[in-house]
Design a protein around this ligand. Structure first.
Ligand code: MG
Length: 249
């Protein structure tokens, strides 16, 4: 069931989203060669708690941290670790969320550690831009397939591939609400978008094959061919005045 939010609920939800955005920004600034992914996670965690919110990811289906941190060929759901040290040239995807006064904000971005390869830069740029292409289509009266097809077209035109097994999602009083928001699709198909819907759009884009595999840790998702992957996410609201990015700071 899709839960539409009133404008006062959207205002409240925006507070959770701003905290999630601040945590992501702080974590991104902490990404540097030589630091552990556990340290980057601790920065996000402390930011969320300091702002009176609860780290949404911590304990979610048993996940042990406030953020997922996924390096290079890790697509999503990497578990922060003191022994995982970020190296020069890595691309580091951080995904984090905050729960505040009954609402959730969810966002992600891929950060460069030091100097990255031009190919990795192109992948990150295309993934970020594809998110904005998707957001542009998040207009009342459009359909879910309009979002996914815009993301897919933008990335595939640049030679990249779209992960199919994981998607964006409704986000509101809980992190994962209906509907699911695939990063591929057919224009004009799927659920009709309405003012009051709040969704997380999150392209997960691979440099090589779209295939993925899960590590034995039960969480980490990697690309099937070992090539890098990038991930950007915003929680947005569909309003009568167009899409509003709630996790923008
Ligand atoms: Mg999400």
């Amino acid at each position: 069931m899709i839960e539409l939010k009133t404008s006062s609920e959207l205002k409240q939800m925006m507070e959770a989203c701003k905290i999630a955005a601040g945590a992501l920004k702080a974590a991104g600034e902490a990404v540097k060669p030589g630091v552990s992914t556990a340290y980057v996670d601790s920065v996000a965690h402390e930011y969320i708690v300091k702002h009176g919110a609860v780290p949404t990811f911590l304990g979610y289906n048993g996940f042990p941290a406030a953020s997922c941190i996924s390096i290079n060929d890790e697509v999503i759901h990497g578990i922060p670790s003191k022994s995982r040290i970020i190296q020069e040239g890595d691309i580091v995807s951080v995904d984090t969320g905050a729960t505040f006064k009954g609402f959730v904000g969810d966002n992600a971005a891929t950060f460069a550690a030091g100097e990255i390869s031009p190919e990795a830069q192109r992948l990150c740029d295309a993934t970020r831009e594809s998110l904005y292409e998707g957001i542009k289509m998040a207009v009342a009266g459009n359909r879910i397939g309009d979002i996914g097809s815009a993301i897919q077209r933008y990335c595939e035109e640049r030679g990249f591939s779209v992960v199919r097994e994981f998607t964006g999602h409704g986000c509101g009083r809980v992190m994962h609400e209906d509907p699911s928001v695939p990063n591929y699709g057919t224009p004009g198909r799927g659920v009709r978008l309405q003012a009051g819907m709040t969704i997380a759009i999150e392209p997960m884009i691979n440099m090589g094959t779209a295939r993925i595999r899960q590590l034995p840790d039960g969480w980490t998702i990697k690309t099937g061919d070992g090539k890098p992957s990038a991930h950007f996410e915003h929680t947005i609201a569909i309003t009568s005045n167009g899409p509003v990015i709630l996790t923008q700071i």
